[in-house]
Design a protein around this ligand. Structure first.
Ligand SMILES: CC(C)(COP(=O)(O)OP(=O)(O)OC[C@H]1O[C@@H](n2cnc3c(N)ncnc32)[C@H](O)[C@@H]1OP(=O)(O)O)[C@@H](O)C(=O)NCCC(=O)NCCS
Length: 184
């Protein structure tokens, strides 16, 4: 079953919506501006080397009946792209999914990540029938840990040497949030 995709979600002065082909240059700009810090945290960064790669990502995450990956752009006031939130690999008929989010470097630490995550999670728990979200992060990622904890995710354990990131095998912390725990 595919995700129930929102048209536009409001998060304070920001809005979250599906990316379109027209957003490829803005996505490329946001990734390029944040590349050194992003690649320390996320494995896909080195694979994005052009605007065409951004277009391919956007095409892959368009609403479709059998979609397994869903992404929204986080847009500020005048339509500036400040980050991307995503849900992936729906299992159990789309009721269990992996959550991730990144915010471009110069817009961090202003509450944007928390507000965007709240809007996205709220939609999926309240309107889209999702019952469990989970996230994984390497232990040396205090930003993500702080964000997940603030959102109410619970620590569920640690997978040792689970993922290859920048040429190293790193552990993965597992964090999970159930619909009945969601109180925001
Ligand atoms: C994680 C991330 C999305 C947070 O975005 P942000 O807009 O800076 O987050 P916010 O300003 O809304 O902060 C929310 C909470 O995150 C935590 N946090 C954010 N930056 C932090 C930092 N540098 N160090 C420690 N905690 C941090 C804090 O708990 C913060 O709450 P507080 O402001 O009440 O202290 C951003 O740092 C990012 O894009 N990181 C790289 C991608 C990544 O690791 N994503 C994984 C998310 S599942």
């Amino acid at each position: 079953m595919a995700f129930v995709v929102p048209k536009t979600l409001k998060a304070g002065s920001m809005s979250l919506r599906c990316l379109t082909e027209h957003d490829s240059p803005a996505l490329w700009d946001a990734i390029s501006a944040s590349r050194p810090l992003l690649r320390r945290r996320m494995r896909w960064v080195d694979a994005v080397q052009s605007i065409d790669d951004c277009s391919a990502f956007i095409a892959r995450t368009q609403p479709a009946p059998e979609m397994t990956e869903f992404a929204v752009g986080v847009f500020e006031g005048r339509g500036r792209l400040s980050g991307v939130g995503a849900l992936q690999h729906p299992a159990e008929d789309g009721q269990v999914a992996e959550f991730s989010l990144w915010i471009r470097v110069e817009r961090r630490r202003r509450g944007k990540g928390f507000a965007a995550a709240k809007a996205l999670i709220n939609h999926f728990f309240r309107k889209a029938g999702v019952r469990r979200l989970y996230a994984r992060l390497e232990p040396a990622n205090p930003e993500a840990r702080g964000l997940l904890r603030k959102l109410g995710f619970k620590y569920e354990g640690r997978l040792r040497r689970e993922k290859r990131l920048n040429g190293r095998w790193v552990d993965q912390e597992c964090w999970g949030l159930l619909r009945q725990e969601w109180k925001k």
